[in-house]
Design a protein. Structure first.
Length: 310
């Protein structure tokens, strides 16, 4: 008999109810990669797709960029499953076209992990997925074995940092550029037109901003317990990310970017590194904003080396 549980969380306009562990999904394969299972999970009024290789290995959870979906991690499946890890990728940003709940990503991620009865895992996020990973790690630090943030602006809201972003990505001109220009480096686009076309076929239309769910005040704390981080307007049910809050993270962290990343150039990566205790950093050559796709062998090797230590 399956163990059943129910949890209801009401944050703003989203209500979540969970029951049970696991599903009976359709089995799919990605070419020569290991077998993964495609699942869906009801979260509020939305259907959240996710992919799971199953198995008894330590879970590694992958969060895609805003311009992507869980299928974008196809180059990671064979490498991570061959290394003995359980591969899980969640469509956290747009779980159902027409029902964008990216601002509820912490709820969505936790819903999937509770449904799978996974208590602790490595968390890997690319681009906007890196921001969602920071938000999740701040909300549930005890559940995150280690954190890998690749090519991400991190959803940091510090005023000076936001002003720097305005200088490096001036609006509206930057957002008017083709998404593959912003997300893939020039070296990759020049050398791999087939890979560029495949990336475009898998990517969702770029969404520059997500709608806002009505936030609630963080619950009061008793005694000397630290105050819970408060969500703010613009993050919906998620915790606001600031450099001061990132300094509270204690899990091992790996920061990655590309030398041609238009969002997260190397100086920005180093800025994150100064605020995250004992963070490791890597800058990939001839790489833009999608290291996992542009340099999959380098990405997989570096992340697996990092996970192997933790």
């Amino acid at each position: 008999m399956n163990h059943f549980f129910a949890k209801t969380a009401c944050l703003g306009v989203l209500t979540l109810t969970l029951a049970g562990c696991g599903h009976a999904p359709q089995v799919m394969t990605d070419g020569a990669s290991a077998t993964v299972q495609d699942h869906t999970l009801a979260v509020g009024n939305n259907v959240v797709p996710y992919r799971d290789s199953g198995g008894a290995g330590t879970p590694v959870v992958f969060l895609h960029a805003a311009s992507g979906k869980s299928q974008m991690w196809v180059h990671q499946i064979p490498a991570f499953t061959a290394a003995g890890y359980r591969f899980i990728a969640i469509d956290w940003r747009q779980p159902n076209p027409g029902h964008r709940t990216g601002t509820a990503s912490t709820i969505l991620i936790d819903a999937v992990m509770q449904q799978l009865c996974v208590d602790k895992f490595h968390l890997v996020g690319s681009a906007a997925g890196g921001g969602a990973a920071f938000q999740y790690a701040l909300a549930h630090p005890a559940k995150v074995r280690s954190l890998v943030i690749a090519n991400s602006i991190g959803f940091v809201t510090d005023p000076d940092y936001l002003k720097m972003g305005e200088r490096t990505r001036p609006a509206p001109q930057f957002n008017a550029l083709p998404v593959e220009f912003r997300e893939l480096g020039p070296a990759y686009r020049a050398a791999n037109p087939e890979g560029t076309a495949r990336w475009n076929a898998l990517a969702y239309p770029f969404v520059p901003a997500a709608p806002t769910l009505t936030p609630q005040t963080a619950p009061a704390t008793k005694g000397d317990a630290p105050a819970a981080p408060k969500p703010v307007l613009g993050n919906g049910s998620n915790i606001e990310v600031t450099f001061a809050r990132l300094e509270t993270l204690r899990m091992p962290t790996l920061l990655i970017t590309g030398d041609a990343d238009l969002y997260t150039p190397a100086p920005v990566l180093r800025q994150f590194g100064r605020h995250i205790r004992h963070a490791e950093m890597a800058v990939f050559p001839e790489t833009g904003h999608s290291a996992y796709w542009e340099q999959p062998a380098m990405f997989n090797r570096r992340v697996l080396d990092f996970l192997g230590k933790h």
